[in-house]
Design a protein around this ligand. Structure first.
Ligand SMILES: [Zn+2]
Length: 64
């Protein structure tokens, strides 16, 4: 049976890595809204998650 403390630690590390990816300094300014889907976010975030960030980056490469 899985140890719940270990599961929590793994989840916390995932969240930290995701936050670091989302808060990379290069690229657009945070607006408080997801730049991909428009969802309301914390003021210092630019995307909901890595999927929205990747979608946005794909659009940028396509010149949309
Ligand atoms: Zn989004």
């Amino acid at each position: 049976m899985a140890d719940f403390a270990d599961l929590g630690a793994a989840r916390e590390q995932l969240d930290t890595e995701l936050a670091l990816q989302i808060r990379k300094p290069e690229g657009p300014q945070a607006t408080g809204y997801c730049l991909s889907c428009g969802a309301v976010l914390c003021a210092d975030l630019r995307w909901c998650d890595a999927d929205c960030r990747d979608d946005w980056q794909l659009d940028q490469r396509r010149g949309v």
